[in-house]
Structure formats: C-alpha cells, structure tokens
Design a protein around this ligand. Sequence first.
Ligand code: NAD
Length: 480
Amino acid sequence: MQQLQNYINGALVAPQSNQYIDNYEPATGKVYSLIPDSGEEDVNAAVAAAEAAFPSWSMTPIGERSKILMRIAALIEENLERLALAESIDNGKPVWLAKMVDIPRAASNFHFYATAIHHYATGAHAMTNQAINYTLRDAIGVVGCISPWNLPLYLFSWKIAPALAAGNCVVAKPSEVTPMTAYLLSELCIEAGLPKGVLNIVHGLGHSAGNAIVAHDNVKAISFTGGTQTGAHIAKIAAPKFKKLSLELGGKNPNIIFADCDYDKMLTTTMRSSFANQGQICLCGSRIFVERPIYERFKRDFVARVKQLNVGDPNKKDSKMGAVVSKAHQEKVLSYIQLAKEEGGVVLAGGEALEIEGRCKGGYFIAPTVIEGLEYNCRTNQEEIFGPVVTIMPFDTEEEVLKYANSVQYGLASTLWTTNVSRATKMAQQIHAGIVWVNCWLLRDLRTPFGGVKASGVGREGGFHALDFFTEPKNVCIEY
Ligand code: NAD
C-alpha cells in the first residue's frame, strides 16, 4: 500500500516515529494509502528547514520567485487528470468536479500570486516641507498554513501561494482526511525547482502535527481554514505568542429568494449552491428563504429536481454527487437529519444514507435532503451541518428575512435573488456576511477580500489582502 511522505527540507521523508494513519477512500469505505502520523519532532525539523531557507528565499528577486511559482502552476495544469483523480479518491467528490473546479483553481492560485507579487506596492506620505514617510513590507519569516478536507488542494494552495510569493517560508499541513493532493504537490514542487526548505509539508493529525505548528515559537503567523471550534482553540494558543492570525471558519449561509427573481437561473444555481461537493463547501447556502408568493412553486420544482439528482460512483461522469468525506462525517450529517425531525421538520426529499451497488458498496453516501417546517432559530437552522442538507422556509418581508438570515453566529457568505436593484443594494449592506452574491453563487474574483465575519473568521484572504497578511509593514520617517 502506498505510504505518503512528509516534504521537509526539499526531500520526501518518513515521519520520525515511523507511525502512519489509515487513509480511507470515502466512495468505497476502504483504506487505500497510509499517511505519516507526524509529531512535534517532524514539525521542529520542518521549521528548522524553513528558517534556514528564509534569508535566501526572502532576498530572491521577485521575478525569480514568480517564475518558480508559475512553474508550479504549469505543472498542476499538466497533471490535471492525475490530481483530479487523487482528489476524488481522497475526498469522495466526482472526478469531473475536481477536474473542472478544484485543480484548475489550485493552478490559478499559484498563477495569480506569481503575477500579483509583481504589482504589490507600498505607499509614501509626504509631510509638507518637513519629512517623507515610506512604508516597507517585508516577509514575516516562517509561517504556518493549515487547511481542511473539503477543497483540499484548492484551499491548501490558496494559503501557500501568497505566503511564498511574499517571500516567506512555509510549514503547511493538509487535512489528514485528504492528504493525497498535497503529497503530489510536494513532488511537483521538487520538479519545479523550489529551493529546499522554502515549503515544507507535514502530514498528520490536528491535535499533534497541527498543534505543534501553531505552538512553535518560530512560526510567526498562522493562516488557518477549518471549523470554528478548531479556530477558537488555535487562537488561544497563538494569541499569547502574538502571532498574526487569519482564521477562515464555519458558515451557515442564507440563500434569500424574492418573487421577482430570474426564476430559472435561481433554481439552477440553487441546486448547485445547495449540493455542490455534497454540500461540503463552506459557501453553500444551507438555509433557503423564499418569498411567500413563490414558495409553493419553488418547493415543488426544487424538490422534484433534488429527487432527480444522481448520487453515485465519483468516477462516473453522470454522478452529480459523490460520497461525503468520511464515516464520521456521514454519521454527523445523518444525526442532524434526525435532529431536524425531532425539531418538527418534515423531510421532503432524501433524509437517509444511500447504498450504491458495485464498487462503491460500503461508501459514505447521503441522499440530497430538503427539510421544511422548522423555526429559523432551532438548532438545525443555527448549527453548521456541512453536508447535502438544506432547509426551506417562507418569508413575507425584507425585515423578517434579514432577521432570519442574521440570526446565526456565523457570517461567511450569502446569496440574494432579486431583480430589484435598490433592494439588492440595501440588503447587501444589511446582511452580516463577508460575501454577498446577488443573482449568482461562487463567482470568485481572486482580487477581492475573502472571508467571513462573526464566528466565520477574522483576517482576510484574497488578492493583495493575503499579501498584506503575509508581510509586516514598517514605516520609515525621514525628516528633511
Ligand atoms: P477542522 O477544523 O477539523 O480541521 C481543519 C484543519 O485543522 C485540519 O488540517 C486539521 O488537522 C487541523 N486541526 C485540527 N485540530 C487542530 C489543532 N488543535 N491545532 C492545529 N490544527 C488542527 O475542519 P475540517 O473538518 O477539516 O473542515 C470543515 C470545516 O472547515 C467546516 O467548518 C467548514 O465550514 C470550514 N471551512 C471554512 C472555509 C472558509 O473559507 N471559511 C473553507 C472551507 C472549510
């Protein structure tokens, strides 16, 4: 069975303990590879390698750094098929989806920051007849990047690319649930000629390898994407050490549909925003609020389409949904469906685990699920489920739906469907969320700030915001 390796100081190496963790294929429920169960000693080696590489990498001309990152982007594109298959095996998502979204976007992340760094500038402030101030932005040093399992390579590269472009050296940990594409990335980095120690990838569990990265005194900044509880834990460790922190956390996003929307476009997009990647995108709209005049029509059409959604082998082109990521996650999602019933919810579609015949017998599949009849403030409508489960409920006024939308602890993303520009503009300002999509979903411009408010996170990624995060500003004031 394939054993993955850590990528430390430019080489692929076994964990010092020689201990490994089973890596399951969610679509079959079978172990298909082994992941290094790294500990503090591996993280220490990775940090030491990163520290040794930092003086040279941070002083490497931008053009050179950029060229290497462009080579990594090109290699990801060249290996599209292989990476998409690996991501699908690790995660359970359809191969076509990984090929269409995850892997191309991972390449774009490297490409984007390889070019953005050329245009990243600082300002100067003249004090009339007295002095000039200018601001320098220097790389921080060694930074830690920790990512989740839902968009494995895409989110991993979304952190690593700006950190490296800005001249930092990185110790990164992918999710132990989906490590394969990060491992393949380490091979591609070697092929691209990334100098040793500049990027180090340590595999392992959150409470051991992840914790050791966060706690290490010489890791000066942490960029983390994952659950809100984990984020809170990380903040507790990092705060007394005054580390820079970017936390991209959970969500419970509202999808608000007004009667004057472009109905067909809304319906098609709402299918995606509800169930893409088995509903395991932090930006999925899991609470659907529909203006009363079109509620019954929406319910009929939406439920009919959901019942037609093909859940199956991720290798098949006609599988619109694959498996959820793990047995534990399947159980968690099913427990929320049970909770919804106990809270008075009526299951209109799905509501159960699915058995797929053939190769995928034993895989972790869940039927796409639609639930109605719940109060906006019940647990099902307040807590993150992160699976193929949405609730629907009617509303009558803008004020009412704003109250529902903003009632949760989260504030990551939101979607508004209306052709009334004034309403869209006004509501976009009033919704508590880091992203408001109007008449679209998941349309991303990498230059824009990305991230949530409230319990969905602090700090911002995206565009120059990420380069700001991965650099320290220093003001120089010269009196004439
Ligand atoms: P998780 O918090 O369990 O794990 C995320 C990463 O943190 C993993 O690599 C894990 O090993 C590591 N980790 C766990 N405990 C740690 C610790 N004590 N110290 C350091 N690292 C630790 O999250 P998950 O289950 O992998 O991902 C799902 C969550 O991620 C959902 O809540 C989802 O909303 C969120 N998410 C948010 C965004 C966003 O942009 N806001 C994007 C994707 C996913």
